[in-house]
Design a protein around this ligand. Structure first.
Ligand SMILES: [Zn+2]
Length: 119
């Protein structure tokens, strides 16, 4: 089986761009670790804001943190798959080196394990 590497790389690059765009609306890159993203806190104007407004903003920040966490972990998977592509290992299981089923890759181009070792 020969994988259409270009197709999968394009899928990965597209999703990477999309994820980074989404992350950019709620977070910024950690200047000390470019792969790490930090949630941008809303402007807390405690002096002026009423108590419940502050509570709202705190809740908002918590939601943003969980959204950010999910986007960032997905982005890590994408980067890992792209890195494997650079090493010529794309489409093989990171556990046993067996080829990953193409249907599995089509469903999730970032998959780095076969069905047996899948998550
Ligand atoms: Zn495997």
């Amino acid at each position: 089986m020969t994988l259409d590497l270009d197709y999968f790389k394009r899928q990965l690059e597209e999703e990477k761009t999309r994820l980074e765009g989404e992350l950019g609306t709620i977070a910024h890159r950690n200047p000390d670790a470019p792969e790490d993203w930090v949630v941008t806190p809303p402007d807390l104007n405690v002096m002026r804001a009423a108590k419940e407004e502050v509570a709202d903003q705190e809740e908002e920040l918590e939601n943003a943190a969980s959204v950010e966490y999910n986007l960032e972990s997905r982005l890590k998977d994408i980067n890992e798959a792209l890195e494997r592509a650079r090493q010529g290992k794309y489409g093989t299981c990171s556990v046993d080196g067996e080829p990953i089923d193409e249907a599995r890759l089509r469903a999730n181009p970032a998959a780095t394990t076969c069905v047996k070792h899948g998550n």
